[in-house]
Design a protein around this ligand. Structure first.
Ligand code: GDP
Length: 371
């Protein structure tokens, strides 16, 4: 099927399978793309065909019901080829150096024979319509590397705090043979916990701040981190970064006593520009993977994440479908008006609206019995 295997790190077959090859020059000139079936996607993903991969990511993000049906089929078709990558989440404020670090680390890893995929998730693009991650050219060198792939931020509605389809895109990357998948996000809203819930290792990238390192960091985020890297530990900043590391280590010991835990989060300095500390950073991720695998914690964590994701996705889909119903939309408008005008208590309005869900479920059941 594929001209060469894509499962080996460092190889990037570019041959289009016959089933997904463009349908002739005339079609290509007009910019018409053949509609792909699930099998075309599955074959293309397995062959690590970049054209198909791009379309597969868009498919995973799509809201169109027909696309979702295909997406589910594709995911089921590739599932047996997933799970083999190191899943690494990286978060930090804008300017912390995430893209510089990911590019430097990614280039290092491709040099060691890894295949690296980066999924950049930008919650701001969905919230404000603007983009923190996507408006500049990022990770240019890595994006052009034959053993790497960078998928820019996906704008669009959020599902559980991240762009829809990110988890599914991780699976697509794994099935395509990428053995390191990095999910990058800006620390906004729920994005950190959403990313932490889909990766093995969650890295927080920080900067020194003249002794007030702990200020401005949400405690919850520190609790999520499996490791913290103080970036820009170069030049005059190198010493301050060391001091910041020491302070953070003691703070973490208080916040997260490691009693009985398999892994105590580590803090280290690094510089994405000079490359200092990047080997230590990768070693930290590898050590973590080793401990987690040895103790069976990695599969346990992934099982939990998958089950949680199913619950969250179900909730989101049920809500979406509920609010898409005409009757619900009309009633919601009327109730919203009544609540805004102080004619009805919000909770009472919510009860009335929620009753419509019960109503539609019982009439659906009745319809099923009668048919
Ligand atoms: P992001 O917004 O977190 O992705 O941050 P960027 O990677 O775009 O980096 C923001 C700025 O910090 C850029 O001007 C980088 O060149 C610079 N930068 C990133 N990493 C380092 C580093 O390790 N040392 C120094 N001195 N500058 C860095």
């Amino acid at each position: 099927m594929c001209a060469s295997s894509t499962d080996q790190p460092g190889t990037t077959p570019r041959v289009l399978p016959a089933a997904v090859a463009p349908q002739g020059p005339a079609l290509r000139r007009r910019g018409v793309r053949r509609v792909l079936e699930a099998k075309d996607y599955i074959d293309g993903i397995r062959c690590c065909d970049r054209g198909i991969l791009g379309r597969a990511f868009s498919l995973m993000e799509s809201h169109v019901p027909a696309h979702r049906v295909v997406a589910s089929e594709v995911l089921n078709g590739i599932l047996s080829r997933t799970g083999n990558a190191v899943r690494l989440g990286i978060s930090g404020v804008p300017g912390a150096g995430k893209s510089t670090l990911i590019e430097a680390l990614g280039m290092k890893l491709t040099g060691k024979g890894h295949k690296v995929a980066v999924l950049a998730v930008d919650p701001s693009s969905a919230i404000s319509g603007g983009s923190i991650l996507g408006d500049k050219t990022r990770m240019e060198k890595l994006a052009l590397h034959e053993s790497a792939m960078v998928r820019p931020s996906a704008a669009g509605r959020l599902l559980g705090g991240v762009a829809r389809g990110t988890r599914e895109s991780v699976l697509v990357c794994e099935a395509a043979g990428y053995d390191v998948v990095i999910v990058e996000t800006v620390g906004v809203g729920q994005s950190e916990s959403a990313v932490a819930s889909m990766v093995d290792f969650f890295l927080l990238l920080m900067l020194t701040g003249g002794g007030d390192e702990l200020q401005g960091i949400k405690r919850g985020v520190l609790e999520l981190a499996d490791g913290i890297a103080i970036n820009k530990a170069d030049g005059e900043n190198a010493r301050r970064a060391q001091v910041a590391c020491t302070e953070l280590r003691s703070a973490l010991r208080l916040l997260r006593p490691s009693d009985g835990a398999h892994w105590a989060p580590k803090v280290l300095p690094c510089s994405a520009v000079t490359g200092v500390g990047l080997d230590d950073l990768w070693q930290m991720v590898r050590d973590y993977e080793a401990v987690m695998k040895e103790t069976g914690r990695r599969s346990e964590k992934r099982r939990l994440q998958a089950a949680q994701w199913m619950t969250q996705a179900t909730e989101a889909l049920v809500l979406e479908r509920f609010f898409a119903q005409d009757a619900v939309r009309q009633e919601r408008e009327a109730l919203r008006h009544a609540v805004e005008e102080g004619q009805m208590a919000p909770l009472a309005a919510a009860e009335r609206l929620a009753a419509l869900a019960q109503h539609s479920t019982s009439s659906e059941k009745k319809g099923t019995r009668e048919s």
